[in-house]
Design a protein around this ligand. Structure first.
Ligand code: PLP
Length: 368
């Protein structure tokens, strides 16, 4: 019954951790990819208001005009470049946007380049669509090497995906990293898909977008993380109008539109000052980095709420098993990578849990 296409995707790595999590009493859960605060009150009120007003029907496929306009203003201002009304679609989360973007550009055998470690969905979606994932290794410092990137480009390259701040490393691309990707992409006018979902969580103030330096881009952005509304399923894609037109067409026959009341509520989101959340997460980042830096090799994350420590020796799956036996839920590096030397921590949790987890992980590392 099951298609070969469906069988290409394996979700066992993360699922195993989630299944174990259910069996452990009071675990230190460092595996969750969402903020530990709740949606700002004003947005909840706006969503309830929209539902009460009867704004519960299908919207235009590409999203309501008010939200598209607001996002375009925000993106044009922050990425220092003006985007036009035909260069945006409101999607069902960044996941929905990514799926529509990839299905609009990939033919069987087409190659999509991204950087290892990577966000899990990139590899699986490219495979699912009969494309070929081409990974460029960025260990140990997660910087982009021009040499390696150039070698990965072929006649079949359809796009380069970048993700800054990164899941799973928390690495924020420097201007130099971005310029490297743009330089390579420019040579063959390759599309850059830039996943900027964590742009609300940059701790050193140095966020750079490829869209500020290059025209042939799709920016993937969203509300899930910045406003803690992962369940509202709202995101957007801004950029190349030719691809956006195809994405709108395919959204019409798949997602239809992003959830209507939440689109109405999100119009108010971009006016909210979220610097308070960022400052709280920066403190959490400092706490966990300082707490673990002696036991593991760590590139200090400058963004998102993840850290990707490297074990001094040994295999990440064995270490993760040991950590889980000691009630700390972390995810082995091979879920996000072709290597298995690191593990992912999400530090989106309260201070007491962070401290408990730091103690246990240090103890586990000592006799590993
Ligand atoms: N991109 C990255 C890098 C992510 O980490 C996530 C979620 O974890 C997503 C995209 C998907 O986000 P959503 O579909 O909730 O907008």
């Amino acid at each position: 019954m099951i298609s070969k296409r469906a069988m290409k995707v394996d979700s066992s790595g993360i699922r195993k951790v989630f299944e174990l999590a259910e069996k452990i009493e009071n675990p230190v859960n460092f595996s969750i990819g969402q903020p530990d605060f709740d949606v700002p009150e004003i947005l909840k009120e706006k969503a309830i208001e929209a539902i009460r007003k009867g704004l519960n029907r299908y919207t235009l496929t590409q999203g309501i005009g008010e939200l598209r306009e607001k996002v375009l203003q925000h993106i044009s201002k922050t990425r220092k470049r003006t985007f036009q009304p035909n260069e945006i679609i409101i999607s069902s989360g960044v996941s929905g946007g990514l799926y529509l973007a990839l299905i609009s550009i990939i033919d069987p055998g087409d190659e999509v380049i991204f950087f290892d470690p990577y966000f899990v969905m990139y590899k699986h979606l490219v495979n699912l669509l009969d494309g070929k994932p081409v990974m460029v290794d960025t260990y140990p410092d997660f910087k982009i090497s021009e040499d390696k990137l150039k070698k990965a480009v072929s006649e079949k390259t359809k796009a380069i995906i970048i993700n800054s701040p990164s899941n799973p490393t928390g690495y924020v691309y420097t201007k130099e990293d971005i310029e490297t990707v743009v330089r390579v992409a420019k040579e063959k006018n390759i599309l850059i898909i830039t996943d900027e979902i964590y742009d609300g969580f940059v701790y050193n103030g140095n966020f750079e977008s490829a869209a500020s330096y290059y025209d042939n881009v799709l920016i993937l952005g969203g509300f899930s993380k910045t406003y803690a509304m992962t369940g509202w399923r709202l995101g957007y894609v801004v950029g190349n109008s030719e691809i956006i037109a195809q994405m709108i067409k395919i959204q019409q026959y798949s997602f239809v539109c992003a959830p209507a009341p939440f689109q109405h509520a999100a119009v108010a989101a971009l006016d909210i000052d979220t610097s308070g959340f960022r400052e709280i997460y920066q403190k959490k980042r400092d706490l966990i980095y300082e707490g673990l830096k002696e036991s593991f090799d760590i590139v200090k994350p400058e963004g998102a709420f993840y850290m990707f420590p490297k074990l001094k020796n040994g295999d990440a799956s064995a270490f993760v098993e040991k950590a889980i036996q000691n009630k700390v839920l972390i995810i082995p590096g091979n879920v996000f990578s072709e290597k298995n030397t690191n593990f992912r921590i999400s530090f989106a949790t309260d201070e007491e849990t962070l401290k408990r987890g730091i103690d246990i992980l240090n103890r586990c590392a000592k006799d590993f």
